[in-house]
Design a binder for this molecule. Structure first.
Ligand code: HEC
Length: 152
């Protein structure tokens, strides 16, 4: 029997993570994965939540989410971002994920974190235009450090 939850980005796992991402999208600023989300790896789960958080912050920038929702999303995003190095150890990540080089995995966590301070400050300020600009930065410089292609 193959291990049901291999960390490799196998097809069923990727499908499962896509479903989680889509469900999270439907839930807009919702708090958590649904209970039957196919038990994604922590890596895939972190990505689904980060995408939901980023989308919530875009919604806030457009005036479609509340201040408490934006604050919850930015603090969740900050906490997942701070775990990138632990979730994607450079050598292992480069071996597991064809699109990633060791350098990308080494540099991405700091690139990600560099955008989180300004984003959190923008959310605390309640200035929606600043949040819209800051979350764009997070996606381009932070997420973009690993994702050279769109994940949407
Ligand atoms: C340290 C590198 C890294 C960073 C930074 C990163 N990702 Fe990912 N992301 C990955 C890897 C690797 C996968 C594939 C995970 C898997 O298959 O289990 C992935 C998968 C995803 C997926 C699932 C869809 C797909 O293409 O497989 C989404 C959505 C996603 N990431 C969004 C984000 C968002 C949004 C951010 C920024 C907030 C982000 N990622 C930052 C490495 C990263």
């Amino acid at each position: 029997m193959p291990a049901p939850n291999s960390p490799r980005g196998s097809r069923p796992l990727r499908l499962a993570s896509l479903c989680v991402a889509l469900l999270a999208l439907v839930a807009a600023c919702g708090p958590q994965n649904p209970p039957n989300a196919g038990q994604p790896t922590p890596q895939a789960g972190s990505m689904a939540r980060m995408l939901a958080d980023v989308d919530c912050l875009h919604a806030y920038g457009r005036g479609d989410a509340t201040q408490p929702e934006a604050e919850a999303a930015s603090s969740e995003l900050a906490s997942w971002s701070s775990r990138m190095a632990e979730l994607f150890p450079p050598e292992e990540a480069a071996r597991l994920y064809v699109d990633m080089t060791p350098d990308m995995a080494r540099e991405a966590p700091a690139a990600m974190m560099a955008t989180i301070g300004p984003l959190s400050a923008a959310v605390r300020s309640g200035n929606r235009a600043k949040v819209a600009a800051a979350v764009d930065q997070t996606e381009q410089q932070g997420c973009g450090a690993c994702h050279r292609q769109s994940y949407r």
